[in-house]
Design a protein. Structure first.
Length: 321
């Protein structure tokens, strides 16, 4: 079995952030968040990275981010576009919003033939997350009837922003540690004890903070693309005229589980997570990464000149966070 691939969802336009946060420097040598993900993935045995981009910023992304990986591992680029739909379905008049994370993953089907992980470009998941993903994916057999998958599970309390609401998938896990369902909650905000969800009708629900959530840190066998396409096609037929509806990856995976098309092992982690949703999150991410560098979890400069990196100098370090 080939080494696993890493699929990075980097097509977001950062409307709440006010810019392309996936290219905003946060590390001491100008690294962006996804630099740390690629670094951790390489030392966990990944040998290929596929970026899902918006075509409008392809050139600047390749120049400022992508090119530093191209001499170190196999790199591919794919594009999430509104008109890229199964069965040549038309784009509804007035649609401007991207189709969501499930559609972004589907767009990469032509570039991935090996077991692969899926992550967001603007989230830091920690070295332990990638080690767990690597172990799971290197053990995946060539399954054609049932999708073999895994999900890194984070505690809700560790994933909230101080500066506004966030979207999280609240997970139900059975006694065997397998994912049963994912409830997509798009307006979660921190409280002194746990979190609060405010619905469109003004009603509220409260959470303890110990709940397991999905942060789009997944692993799949490549067999996932066929049922994902079927789910995407059904979504478009049912909700495609809703100009704001999104095809979320966690919801698609939950539907596969419910239909017996997939099994997904939940791999809990105590790794530190932090991400950039709002502009105000940026200084906290810079500070957190600086602390990890001071603690020796990462080198001060991840990638050195001449096509080499600092990966092998740090393969025996403990998990970041």
């Amino acid at each position: 079995m080939a080494n696993p691939a890493l699929l990075i969802l980097a097509a977001g336009l950062g409307r709440r952030y006010g810019g392309l946060k996936q290219m905003d420097p946060v590390g001491p040598a100008g690294e962006v968040v996804l630099d740390y993900s690629v670094f951790d993935a390489v030392r966990a045995g990944f040998s290929k990275v596929v970026f899902v981009l918006h075509r409008d910023f392809e050139a600047v992304f390749r120049e400022r981010v992508g090119r530093r990986f191209e001499s170190r591992l196999e790199v591919r680029y794919v594009f999430q576009e509104l008109a890229r739909l199964p069965g040549d379905r038309p784009v509804p008049a007035g649609r401007a919003k991207p189709w969501g994370t499930g559609h972004a993953v589907w767009c990469a089907a032509g570039e991935i033939r090996e077991p692969f992980a899926v992550i967001n470009a603007d989230d830091f998941y920690g070295a332990d997350s990638f080690r767990q993903l690597g172990r799971f994916l290197t053990g995946v057999k060539d399954v054609t009837t049932t999708v073999a998958g895994c999900m890194i599970g984070f505690k809700l309390a560790h994933t909230l922003s101080e500066f506004g609401t966030v979207a999280r998938g609240i997970c139900q896990v059975d006694a065997r540690g397998r994912l049963q369902s994912v409830e997509e909650c798009t307006a979660l905000e921190r409280e002194s004890r746990g979190a609060r969800l405010t619905s469109a009708d003004g009603s509220t629900r409260r959470f303890t903070g110990a709940e397991i959530v999905s942060l789009n840190c997944w692993g799949f066998s490549p067999a996932v693309f066929s049922p994902l396409e079927r789910r995407l096609a059904a979504f478009l037929d049912e909700r495609g005229r809703d100009l704001k509806a999104e095809f979320f990856l966690p919801s698609a995976v939950a539907a596969m589980i419910s239909n017996g098309e997939a099994t997904v092992d939940v791999l809990p982690t105590e790794s530190a997570w932090f991400g950039i949703t709002y502009r105000e999150d940026h200084p906290r991410v810079v500070s957190a990464l600086a602390a990890l560098v001071r603690a020796g979890k990462y080198p001060r400069r991840l990638w050195v000149d001449g096509g080499s990196s600092s990966v092998h100098e740090h393969t025996s370090l403990p998990a970041a966070g």
